[in-house]
Write a protein that binds this ligand. Structure first.
Ligand code: HEC
Ligand code: HEC
Ligand code: HEC
Ligand code: HEC
Ligand code: HEC
Ligand code: HEC
Length: 438
């Protein structure tokens, strides 16, 4: 016993000394990272590749990159400080040109339509840069000597108080995300992959031609009242869910996740405490002909910002202080409890012990090797193109893109008909292993 106490005390002392030796101020990230993407020449061997240069004003930062792999159906991801050839990545000094005196890191041959996720920092603090060659990211890592702001803002002749070029956010986003100036075509729900094809994108389609239900962002600026089922949020626009910029100050009420710039909030709760919603953490896994996403954490909390009553199981949202939580049943008791006026399917629970067959629906790992069910397990985020399995009963009135009342909806579901239910309940009808069907 005594020996352990001593070891513990020494460890504590060491930790204290290290903290004293490396004060929080030694943790440092660059003030900003500017990114330049140049297409390589059009010769046959260079076609389809770009050069990426990261610039920062000071030296001395470590560099890491994100690696995502897939083997036997499972995803693995990690940060490494080695480049693709196994060499330590280091900053070098730029000698001339408009970035003369800056420090840079160059990726000489970057595959177009791959995602390049790098981070720069000192002593455990990092600033992330997500680069998507051949395009320059319109939302981050702006270069000082280009005029990218004017894609969206006007200095003296703007349409909104945020100095935007368009009075409707939707129209502004569509100047690029209709398939013209980004690899993501939000209307078709497609993304371009390195082989050059457009494949289904993770969020699903928005276009009325293919989508049989969608998060209606088309009524922005009108007086149609859209209410979030299971919550109180009214109306919807792209920037209710996404930020247009990287918002990284953790003390501010709105921050942006590195993944898809999804907004997450910091809220003061009456009584003085603070609810810190977590960011959405996820990475893309892209091959020459496919585009997949590894969901790690934060989706449930994200959707529950607006649909809070549907999050039966996890319930971290302080808007519902008295709602029951739920963990996967292992004994014979403790069935689904009433949350508010209704009983609801569990969402935030780990089903690793329950699920014996692999399923195609996305589950969250949460960094613990778990298999957590989230809203995304059953739903798309933007819209769905399924043709079977309409629902006719709604908790709230619904309207279509034109504002006409909707009588049926496929509810953003991932599979035709009852396909999502049968992915999991094809042979498991009861939850407690070995318990009789009631
Ligand atoms: C892709 C479009 C786009 C580009 C490019 C862009 N912005 Fe923005 N910006 C927006 C949108 C949309 C908002 C409103 C965000 C919101 O409501 O969440 C915004 C908000 C802002 C705000 C905050 C305004 C407020 O309400 O407090 C500032 C400041 C800003 N942008 C500056 C810039 C600068 C400087 C650049 C160029 C370096 C730039 N933006 C480039 C779309 C863009
Ligand atoms: C000037 C063109 C332009 C405009 C306007 C624009 N985007 Fe983008 N957006 C891009 C580009 C370029 C990318 C990077 C991916 C790529 O190569 O297409 C991107 C990426 C994104 C991503 C994925 C980010 C990530 O890191 O995975 C989201 C989300 C997004 N845009 C949302 C919006 C929203 C919301 C608006 C309107 C407020 C908007 N965009 C307006 C060009 C634009
Ligand atoms: C209700 C919230 C919500 C609204 C509204 C919304 N998005 Fe998204 N968007 C998401 C989420 C969540 C994802 C990530 C989906 C995934 O990975 O499964 C996403 C993904 C994206 C992507 C990456 C491509 C993809 O398919 O994953 C782009 C680009 C994007 N959104 C742009 C937009 C634009 C532009 C609008 C407005 C027309 C918009 N979003 C409206 C939540 C929303
Ligand atoms: C910023 C608020 C907001 C967020 C975040 C949000 N939603 Fe919604 N959601 C709404 C609103 C408002 C409606 C009603 C829109 C309508 O009637 O078209 C809605 C409607 C829906 C519908 C019904 C669609 C239909 O056609 O009847 C589903 C399903 C849904 N949301 C799922 C989700 C999922 C899954 C997420 C997380 C990926 C999410 N929502 C995140 C606000 C939000
Ligand atoms: C097990 C699959 C599953 C999960 C998990 C799930 N949903 Fe659903 N959701 C459905 C189905 C199926 C419907 C269609 C209505 C029905 O069958 O009762 C639906 C309907 C909805 C609707 C429209 C409700 C209406 O009747 O107007 C919203 C909003 C919604 N879900 C949001 C969410 C959110 C937010 C989460 C996460 C907290 C979530 N869902 C988790 C399967 C799921
Ligand atoms: C990702 C896997 C998954 C999907 C998809 C799924 N379920 Fe479940 N379902 C579960 C788990 C796990 C439980 C049990 C939770 C517990 O007992 O703690 C459950 C519980 C239930 C229960 C309660 C049974 C009881 O004995 O308490 C019903 C009923 C049910 N699901 C119906 C559905 C329907 C209908 C759908 C399609 C809309 C669906 N499920 C989709 C995993 C899933």
């Amino acid at each position: 016993m005594k020996r352990f106490t001593l070891v513990f005390a020494v460890l504590l002392l060491l930790a204290g000394l290290t903290a004293w030796y490396l004060p929080a101020s030694a943790q440092k990230v660059p003030r900003r990272v500017e990114v330049v993407v140049n297409m390589l020449s059009d010769s046959p061997e260079d076609r389809g590749f770009s050069r990426i240069t990261f610039y920062m004003e000071e030296e001395g930062y470590n560099i890491e990159r994100q690696v995502v792999t897939k083997s036997s159906g499972g995803f693995y991801w990690y940060w490494t400080n080695l480049d693709e050839n196994g060499r330590l990545m280091r900053l070098t000094r730029e000698s001339g040109g408009s970035y003369g005196g800056y420090y840079k890191y160059i990726i000489e041959r970057a595959q177009n339509y791959q995602d390049y996720i790098y981070r720069f920092g000192k002593n455990g603090a990092w600033l992330e840069a997500r680069v998507y060659p051949p395009n320059e990211n319109a939302h981050a890592n702006y270069q000082k000597n280009t005029d990218t702001c004017k894609n969206c803002h006007s200095t003296h002749y703007a349409q909104t108080s945020q100095l935007l070029n368009s009075s409707l956010v939707f129209e502004l986003c569509m100047t690029c995300h209709d398939g013209s100036n980004s690899k993501y075509n939000i209307l078709a729900g497609s993304v371009i992959v390195p082989g050059g094809a457009a494949v289904p994108a993770p969020a699903g389609p928005y276009s009325s031609a293919v989508a049989t239900s969608y998060h209606n962002v088309f009524r922005e600026g009108t007086d149609t009242v859209l209410l979030a089922p299971g919550g109180e949020k009214t109306g919807l626009k792209c920037t209710d869910c996404h930020s247009a910029h990287v918002l990284q100050d953790q003390t501010k009420p709105v921050r942006s996740s590195s993944f898809r710039l999804l907004k997450y909030f910091r809220q003061m709760i009456p009584g003085g405490s603070v609810y810190d919603q977590p960011p959405v953490i996820a990475y893309s896994f892209i091959t020459a002909s496919s585009y997949e996403t590894v969901y790690i954490s934060g989706i449930n909390e994200f959707c529950s910002e607006c649909h809070e009553r549907y999050n039966y199981g996890q319930n971290l949202n302080p808007k519902l202080p008295h709602y029951p939580t739920h963990t996967l049943r292992t004994g014979s008791s403790g069935g689904i409890q009433k949350s508010g006026d209704y009983y609801r399917h569990p969402t935030g629970i780990n089903i690793a012990e329950w699920l014996k067959v692999p399923i195609s629906l996305p589950l969250e790992d949460r960094g613990t090797g778990g298999k957590f069910m989230t809203c995304k397990t059953c739903h798309y985020a933007h819209g769905t193109a399924i043709m079977q399995g309409y629902h006719y009963d709604f908790e709230r009135d619904k309207y279509d893109q034109t504002g006409a009342p909707l009588t049926r909806s496929t509810m953003l579901k991932r599979c035709e008909g009852m396909g999502i239910c049968l992915e999991c309940h094809l042979d498991i009808w009861y939850n407690t292993p070995g318990a009789p069907i009631q």
